[in-house]
Design a protein around this ligand. Structure first.
Ligand code: ADP
Ligand code: MG
Length: 681
């Protein structure tokens, strides 16, 4: 009953009407428990009472004054004014839009009041306009102290928020802790009830290493892992094993112009044994850019088809899907299998035909964009869904895919985003993971160079030579995140400059371009109608540009290492040597030099991701934020590495007890219950 209170709508609290509740909801404070998790980010010092001759303009200060006179001008637009004093001076308290009756109550003449607010100076006099607090002297300890500061929005001030927040924090329902005292002590944590109090009442929220903060982090991690583990349990249900003898896949492998790496073989073996087992496959292939994930997935697909099932491959963009389609047709050419391509743009007639073929089972392999999973598409006998480069998919979407596929459908994901070890479990804990750890043997390491931007002119002859040799060039401008306009204008400027040097041979892609236009330019580049592509970081992940051998990255210190590595992975995919030139603004910092060194010395995305995490810290991992991987509010893999490990171990003890109310409470607290659809019993 008491616990239910925490999950009730905030409008249950005194003082929260429809208007305030809508403001709070904008701040994602919807249920009462959301107040607990909205931590103060600083505090305001109102702890000292200042004499009026000790005021500092611009500061927030508290004063104790005698009310002398109330002044209510009858003219419009003139503010109401209360004249106050102490032994050392005078001050005006000024109100716009406040009613007379209200102010007369607040400021009884010839009585002392305590006021706190920002000090102004106007017409030779101190004043406070719309003070934060006015309170009688006997209640002064409510104000005269350090007061936690919350991120608020329009429509809510500190006083109001306190009134609401304190109804909950001061009167917190005692929750029976789901962690043992011994465990709490041993791991430098705090019990639940204290930790919430301390986070709001003491400074514990301001220090991510405080026991209370760590406790919240641990809870957040456990909730996350618990949800993933439950998701996994639900997906890995029984299915009919697939039935194949690798006839198709051996044929494919035999006809490849290269040999599979040991790593690719190992991953294919993992997948095949999943397909042959009587549990649904839910596996992700993680492999650096260019490690050859596609061919592995196509071998798996061919086994599915050999088993008499259909296969669907989904890519995030039309161009990538098309590339997969062309490749698949080429690779499966001798197998006499009907393969089709479907996107949102497929025209009506063709689409209808494809949908028919899918329904009657004639089409064995369907490749396309997310369109593949619309309701209207009914596979006759879908056996495998392959999803490429969709690291943005959350837990819920992953489980939806698995469901849509049907009870005999295996699921395989592929991602080139290298995840630091600490975060692996929190992102992919519901899946089995196969890593491709080596690159194809013939792949040349990309030469990585750095150059000060001042010497940009030295690049032109070099680029000219590249183009003459039939090579293509990427030019990456830094993304200006705050403003699509600035972003566009800086990329456009660079485009104009380069276009002057290489007229008619340059294309420009930026964030605010429509997908159609983007595709058009990408196609021009792919078909070699232009030699240079200027872009912000939006160069589509996964697309093979076999002729691009040079990438120039401007303002390279703006990017994370992992991101730079991903970017340079766009070149050197064909037979020629790939080169990456990092341009820097001016004299390189020590850190920047360190970072270039790491890039120069390693072409292992996983290693680089680890180093990136160490050097920049989690908050700075722009690449991860962009890719939607930053999925914690409190936990940080740099600051709380030990807790990530601890929670990983701890979850093994509790993952089968998810139906106990205390764990459901935990899931609900962090909004994980809906994701896996679980309710208290
Ligand atoms: P990614 O893992 O980034 O998706 P791809 O599957 O697109 O990489 O492969 C990149 C390129 O490497 C493709 O042109 C592919 O044909 C080639 N490739 C894949 N495996 C090998 C291998 N074992 N040896 C040589 N080249 C390979
Ligand atoms: Mg790929």
């Amino acid at each position: 009953m008491k616990k239910d209170f925490l999950f009730s709508d905030i409008n249950l609290l005194k003082g929260v009407g429809p208007k305030l509740s809508s403001y709070l909801k904008k701040k994602k404070i919807e249920k009462i428990k959301d107040l607990l998790l909205n931590l103060p980010y600083s505090e305001t010092d109102r702890s000292k009472i200042f004499k009026l001759n000790k005021l500092e303009v611009g500061k927030i200060q508290s004063i104790k004054v005698l009310v002398k006179k109330l002044n209510f001008p009858r003219l419009r637009n003139l503010p109401n004014k209360i004249i106050c004093e102490d032994e050392t001076g005078k001050i005006d308290i000024v109100y716009f839009n406040s009613r007379e009756g209200y102010l007369r109550k607040l400021f009884p003449i010839n009585e002392w009041v305590v006021i706190s607010g920002r000090i102004n100076f106007y017409n030779g006099k101190y004043q406070i306009t719309n003070p934060d607090y006015v309170i009688t002297v006997d209640k002064q300890e409510y104000v005269i102290k350090n007061i936690p500061k919350y991120n608020l929005t329009k429509g809510i001030n500190e006083k109001k928020y306190r009134l609401i927040n304190e109804q909950v924090i001061d009167d917190l329902p005692e929750i029976k802790d789901w962690l043992d005292d011994d465990f709490i002590k041993a791991n430098n944590l705090e019990n639940w009830n204290n930790s919430i109090k301390n986070l709001h009442k003491k400074k514990d929220a301001l220090n991510c290493h405080s026991k209370s903060y760590r406790r919240l982090v641990f809870d957040e991690l456990c909730a996350n892992y618990l949800a993933l583990s439950e998701n996994r349990k639900r997906i890995k249900k029984n299915k009919l094993p697939k039935n194949f003898k690798n006839i198709y896949s051996n044929l494919i492998i035999k006809n490849l112009p290269f040999r599979l790496t040991e790593s690719q073989k190992k991953v294919l073996k993992d997948i095949n044994s999943d397909l042959l087992s009587n549990k649904k496959m839910f596996r992700i292939i993680q492999g650096d850019v260019g490690s050859g994930k596609t061919i592995v997935s196509l071998c798996a697909a061919s086994n599915i088809i050999e088993s008499g099932y259909q296969c669907a491959l989904m890519a995030p963009t039309e161009i990538l899907a098309k590339q997969h389609y062309e490749l698949t047709k080429k690779i499966l050419i001798n197998l006499n299998i009907k393969i089709e391509f479907l996107t949102g743009k497929t025209e009506y007639k063709k689409r209808k035909k494809i949908l028919n073929g899918i329904e009657n089972g004639e089409i064995r392999f369907l490749i396309g964009t997310h369109t593949l999973f619309q309701k209207k598409i009914n596979f006759k006998k879908l056996g495998l869904v392959i999803i490429d480069e969709q690291h943005k998919f959350g837990v819920k979407q992953r489980s939806d895919f698995s469901k849509k596929g049907g009870e005999n459908c295996d699921v395989l994901l592929m991602s080139a985003t290298p995840i630091p070890r600490t975060m692996m479990m929190s992102l992919y804990g519901d899946m089995d993971i196969s890593k491709i750890t080596e690159k194809p043997a013939n792949r040349k390491k990309i030469v990585t160079l750095s150059k000060p931007e001042k010497k940009i002119n030295e690049l032109w002859p070099y680029i000219e030579k590249q183009i003459k040799n039939n090579n293509q060039v990427f030019w990456v401008c830094p993304l200006i995140e705050e403003s699509a306009f600035l972003d566009y204008s800086s990329a456009k400027k660079k485009f104009d400059l380069i276009n002057k040097k290489f007229p008619m041979d340059v294309g420009l892609i930026h964030g605010s371009l429509k997908q159609d236009k983007k595709n058009e330019i990408l196609k021009k580049f792919l078909t070699k109608k232009i030699s240079i592509l200027v872009s912000t970081t939006v160069i589509e992940v996964g697309i093979d540009f076999p002729n691009a051998n040079l990438i120039i990255i401007e303002n390279a210190n703006k990017f994370g290492l992992a991101q730079l590595h991903q970017l340079r992975g766009r070149v050197g995919r064909g037979l020629n040597q790939g080169t990456c030139i990092l341009l820097f603004k001016e004299g390189l910092s020590k850190n920047a030099i360190k970072r270039i060194k790491i890039l120069k010395n390693s072409d292992d995305g996983f290693h680089i991701a680890e180093e990136d995490l160490k050097l920049r810290g989690f908050g700075d991992l722009i690449g991860y934020q962009q890719s939607g991987l930053k999925n914690f509010r409190f936990a940080d893999p740099v600051n709380h590495e030990d807790l990530f490990k601890l929670a990983e171990k701890y979850i093994l003890n509790i993952r089968n007890k998810i139906n106990q109310n205390k764990y459901i409470f935990l899931l609900k607290l962090f909004d994980k219950a809906e994701i896996i659809n679980i309710e208290e019993t």
